[in-house]
Design a protein around this ligand. Structure first.
Ligand code: PMP
Length: 354
C-alpha cells in the first residue's frame, strides 16, 4: 500500500558511505581514516572528562574548544563554529547560506554529500565540469551563482587547488558565500584560513577526522566572518542546543594543542603516500597527484571493478565508485607502511597473475 509519507521518504536519496565491516580481518583503506591512533594526550583528556561531570549538560557554545581553535589559527572565537564532524557543519551551512532560486556551484566530480544536502533542503545547484584529469579551473566559477562549495583537496579525486586559484574564486564571487571544504588540507595543501579576515563571504571547513585521527569522536570546525558563524548558529539552534558532548570537546582541545604529534603523524602519512605512488607506477598505475591522505589510481589495462574485487578477496578494502567517469579509478586511503606494503604486494600478485 502506498502512503503519502512513504512516497516522500522514497524520494530522498541519501549519501552512501564506504563499507565499515564488523569483523576486523580487513586492511581498511576505504574510508580515508588515519592509520595512526589519536594523540595520547587526546585519549588521556577524554579519560579525565569521563567522570561525574557527565551528569551535567555540556557548554552549548563550546567556548573552550572555540578559543583553542581560534588560537591555533590566530583568529578570535567569534570566527569559529564547531560541529559533530564537518558533515554536520555542511548540513547547517547549506540551508543557512544557499537558496532554491540561485544555484550553488560545485565540481561535477566531488564529495557526494553536496548534492544530497542540496536535494534534502530543496536548494538549486549546478555542477561545474572538471577536465579529463579532474582539474578544477578557477575561471569556470566566474559565472552567476548563489554560492560555491569547493573541496580542497577534492574527494575522491585528490585534486587540489593552489591558494592563488582559491583567491581568484573569492575575488570574482564577493556577494555569495564560498565554502572551502578542507577535510584533507593538512596532508600538503595550503589552507584558505589565511583569507578569513579579508573575505567576509569565506567559510573554511575542517575536521579532526583525518589529520588528527579522531573520526570516531565526530568533531569538525568552521572558520569564517562572525556574521557567517551567526548564520550557522541560527540553523544549529533550530535543531539542537548542544553541539558537542563533554568527551568530544575535551579530546578535541588536547588533540589541537598537541602539535608535535599531529606534525609527526601527518608527515608519516604523506611520506607513505608518496612512496606508495612510486611503488605502484611500475605495476601500470596512473595516479592523480595527491595532497590528501588517499590516492586516486587507475590501471592502464585492468578494470577497477575487477581490481577492487581481487583486493577484497585478499582482505584489503579500497573504494570503488560505480559511476560514470570515475569507474576506472580506485580510491585508496593511506595506511601504515606495513599495510601499504601488503597492498602493493597484493597488487603485484593480482597483476602478475599470482
Ligand atoms: N568533506 C569531505 C570532502 C570528506 O571527504 C569528508 C569525509 N567523508 C567530510 C567532509 C566529512 O568528514 P567528517 O564529517 O568526518 O568531519
Amino acid at each position: 500500500m502506498s502512503r503519502y509519507w512513504s512516497e516522500l521518504t522514497a524520494s530522498l536519496v541519501p549519501y552512501v558511505p564506504g563499507e565499515q565491516p564488523k569483523d576486523q580481518k580487513y586492511i581498511k583503506l576505504n574510508t580515508n581514516e588515519n592509520p595512526y591512533p589519536p594523540s595520547p594526550k587526546a585519549i588521556e583528556a577524554i579519560r579525565s572528562a569521563a567522570g561525574a561531570d557527565l551528569r551535567l549538560y555540556p557548554d552549548p557554545s563550546c567556548d573552550a574548544l572555540r578559543e583553542t581553535i581560534a588560537a591555533y589559527f590566530e583568529l578570535t572565537s567569534e570566527h569559529i563554529f564547531v560541529g559533530n564532524g564537518s558533515d554536520e557543519i555542511l548540513a547547517f551551512a547549506f540551508p543557512a547560506f544557499f537558496s532554491a532560486s540561485r544555484p550553488i556551484l560545485f565540481p561535477d566530480i566531488t564529495y557526494t554529500f553536496y548534492p544530497v544536502y542540496a536535494q534534502l533542503y530543496g536548494l538549486a545547484f549546478e555542477t561545474v565540469p572538471t577536465d579529463e584529469q579532474f582539474r578544477i579551473q578557477a575561471r569556470d566559477y566566474n559565472v552567476p551563482n548563489g554560492g560555491i562549495v569547493l573541496p580542497n583537496p577534492n574527494a575522491p579525486t585528490a585534486r587540489y587547488l593552489l591558494i592563488d586559484e582559491i583567491q581568484e574564486i573569492l575575488e570574482t564571487n564577493k556577494d555569495q558565500v564560498v565554502i572551502v571544504d578542507e577535510a584533507y588540507i593538512d596532508f600538503g595543501g595550503e589552507s584558505a584560513v589565511r583569507f578569513v579576515k579579508e573575505y567576509p563571504n569565506l567559510l573554511v571547513v575542517q575536521t579532526l577526522s583525518k589529520s588528527r585521527s579522531l573520526a570516531g569522536l565526530r568533531v569538525g570546525m568552521a572558520m569564517g566572518h562572525p556574521d557567517l558563524i551567526e548564520g550557522l548558529n541560527r540553523v544549529k539552534n533550530s535543531f539542537n542546543s548542544y553541539t558537542l558532548d563533554r568527551l568530544a570537546m575535551a579530546g578535541a582541545i588536547a588533540a589541537i594543542e598537541d602539535r608535535a604529534y599531529f606534525e609527526e603523524t601527518t608527515r608519516k602519512v604523506t611520506a607513505t603516500r608518496d612512496r606508495t605512488v612510486e611503488a605502484i607506477k611500475p605495476l601500470g598505475f596512473e595516479t592523480i597527484e595527491s595532497k590528501a591522505n588517499f590516492i586516486f589510481i587507475k590501471h592502464l589495462h585492468r578494470s577497477a571493478k575487477e581490481l577492487f574485487a581481487a583486493l577484497r578477496d585478499k582482505g584489503i578494502l579500497v573504494r570503488y565508485f560505480n559511476k560514470p567517469r570515475i569507474d576506472q579509478y580506485l580510491r585508496v586511503s593511506i595506511g601504515t607502511d606495513e599495510e601499504m606494503d601488503t597492498f602493493i604486494e597484493a597488487l603485484r600478485e593480482i597483476i602478475d597473475g599470482d
